[in-house]
Design a protein around this ligand. Structure first.
Ligand code: ATP
Length: 472
């Protein structure tokens, strides 16, 4: 083998080779598996391409294992897969593809290995290793993919315009690989992307978002996000993010470029976490800035309320991008809405009640919020950054102190809405909500103690304002 495989992988490839020989079917390991092995990246699945029927080969391979693994197959696509513990193997017959302009679905006809390699998106993804008896383990590299791997280059095997026009998702994939692997997109390939950005419109939102999320999951997402921006793809797939770009000047006063600031915040948070949703919160933390931007004479640029407007934009953006409409979305929205709060606590003389309020509002997401806020400090002035981060540590200490004392993080006020309804014989409604809020606010502000008796006392007092008496 020209690549470094584990014992288990070699064992499996050996079985595949024998099954293919029995069927007299040339076959090869191809694509991402070969690429990742050479790059010494982890690979959990392998694609096998054979000159013949991939489904038939998969069944023949499965028979060689005890217990026999299930073969999942898709007749329409001519693909099959088997899973051996955590190693997934996909089988497909070598094919030629020809594309129609308005569809991403090509006409597929059987082909040979060379034709199959030609339909691959990038030279580094077209590498194949023979599993045939005559040349077992030989690397088949018709487009100098190895050289491109060594030089860290993304390049299409065909004329780039054809590759991208045939399947425009490849533009996103190219940028994704550049971001994940730290590779450079070769000039002609890059020009091909820039010339075909409009074609992305034929791709489904789910697939676009899947690639976007992979870019966001890379070690330094700014690489891919900036390429999306510079190619013009971002303008089509996520225009709200493009609106952050640029700095305006009035009377010699400018503001920072919020697009590049956002990229910096995303990179910062990515050093701290792999969590996709915390990274999304970084992408969106300032998304409300363009809509709230004002120039105030004598004062400069302001973005008042951008966290509120930004929070409101989150569900719309999640819907448009077909991201989940569940607790992940609510989490991102919450972080966007709260992202200025810890900073406001770095001023002097901050009361316990302000700290309690933040703990109450952030709940279990307080650590993530603090991480986002630290990532948001992107000043070029090292002393400033040091001072801010120092202040932040003070806020962290205060949060810890107050939480230890008051246990506010997952706190619920001692009197619930149901209790209020029961005591006063009320139906659900505005008054119940108002009494409940008054109790919560009084406890958070430290006006009454955080216990049942004090809360009950305030409930009765507040109810009197509505001429309500406890019913027996
Ligand atoms: P990853 O596993 O990180 O997503 P990958 O691209 O290698 O990366 P797949 O998406 O499973 O994994 O693709 C496997 C192989 O199929 C690729 O290496 C490439 O050869 C080919 N391929 C996948 N998508 C396309 C595409 N849109 N156009 C051309 N070839 C593709």
């Amino acid at each position: 083998m020209d690549i470094n495989c584990t014992e288990k992988e070699l064992f499996v490839f050996n079985k595949i080779a024998h099954a293919a020989e029995e069927l007299n079917m040339p076959c090869y390991v191809i694509g991402g598996f070969v690429r990742d092995k050479i790059l010494q990246r982890e690979s959990k699945d392998a694609d096998i391409v054979c000159v013949g029927d991939g489904i038939e080969l998969a069944h023949r391979v499965a028979e060689r294992f005890q217990p026999k693994p299930q073969v999942a197959f898709y007749k329409n696509f001519g693909t099959a897969s088997i899973r051996l513990d955590d190693f997934e193997i996909e089988f497909v017959g070598a094919r030629k593809e020809s594309y129609r302009y308005h569809s991403r679905n090509p006409e597929v006809t059987p082909g040979n290995l060379e034709e199959d390699q030609l339909r691959r998106d990038f030279t580094i993804n077209a590498l194949a290793i023979s599993l045939n008896k005559s040349d077992y383990g030989r690397l088949v590299d018709p487009f100098n993919g190895i050289t491109d791997l060594e030089n860290k280059i993304i390049r299409t095997p065909l004329e780039p315009g054809k590759t991208f026009s045939d399947d425009p998702l490849r533009m996103m994939r190219g940028i994704r690989f550049s971001s994940q692997l730290g590779f450079h997109i070769e000039e002609k390939t890059w020009e091909g992307i820039c010339a075909h950005i409009d074609r992305i419109k034929i791709i489904s939102q789910e697939r676009i978002t899947e690639e976007f999320n992979k870019i966001l999951g890379s070690a330094k997402p700014s690489v891919g996000l900036d390429l999306l921006y510079r190619s013009g793809l971002l303008h089509i797939i996520f225009p709200q993010m493009v609106d952050l770009a640029g700095a305006e000047y009035i009377d010699g006063k400018g503001h920072k470029d919020n697009f590049y600031h956002t990229l910096q915040v995303v990179d910062n948070i990515s050093q701290h976490t792999n969590d996709l949703w915390l990274r999304w919160a970084a992408v969106l933390h300032d998304i409300g800035k363009p809509a709230t931007k004002k120039f105030e004479a004598g004062h400069g640029w302001t973005f008042h309320g951008h966290e509120v407007i930004g929070g409101r934009m989150v569900p719309k953006i999640f819907t448009r991008l077909k991201l989940p409409q569940n607790e992940k979305m609510r989490y991102v929205r919450k972080l966007v809405e709260l992202h200025l709060r810890p900073i406001s606590l770095t001023k002097e003389n901050i009361t316990d009640s302000a700290i309690r309020r933040l703990l109450f509002d952030a709940g279990d997401d307080i650590e993530d919020l603090m991480a986002l806020c630290s990532a948001d400090i992107t000043s070029k002035n090292k002393f400033k950054v040091k001072r801010y981060l120092g202040n932040f540590n003070l806020v962290r200490d205060r949060l810890r102190e107050v939480e230890e004392k008051d246990r506010i993080r997952n706190w619920q006020p001692p009197i619930t809405g149901e209790m209020i309804m029961e005591v006063f014989g009320l139906p659900p409604g505005r008054i119940v909500g108002e009494i409940k809020n008054a109790i919560r606010e009084a406890i958070l502000d430290g006006e009454i103690e955080n216990n049942y008796a004090a809360a009950y006392g305030l409930m009765v007092k507040k109810a009197l304002e509505y001429n309500l008496q406890p019913v027996q």
